[in-house]
Design a protein around this ligand. Structure first.
Ligand code: CA
Length: 77
């Protein structure tokens, strides 16, 4: 992709993507992992037992959301 204007971030993204650096999916995966870890740690520290129940299904949630994240670039993997 040719740069049409100075410091065209979209063009840079396309160049990186062409080299296999899928930033959108990578970033989304990092955010998901950190958020789920944060929720699990919070559930363990909080006094309410209800979020502990939610925490037990987080691995399942993670699997499902990762499938959706993989669709961001329209390609498997
Ligand atoms: Ca993908």
């Amino acid at each position: 992709m040719e740069i049409k204007e100075a410091y065209d971030v979209k063009a840079l993204g396309a160049k990186l993507e062409a080299k296999g650096l899928d930033l959108a999916e990578v970033a989304a995966t990092i955010v998901l992992e950190e958020v789920l870890e944060w929720v699990a740690e919070s559930a363990a520290k909080s006094t309410t037992p209800f979020d502990d129940i939610v925490a037990t299904i987080l691995p399942l949630v993670k699997t499902e959301v990762l499938k959706q994240i993989d669709k961001i670039d329209g390609e498997a993997g």
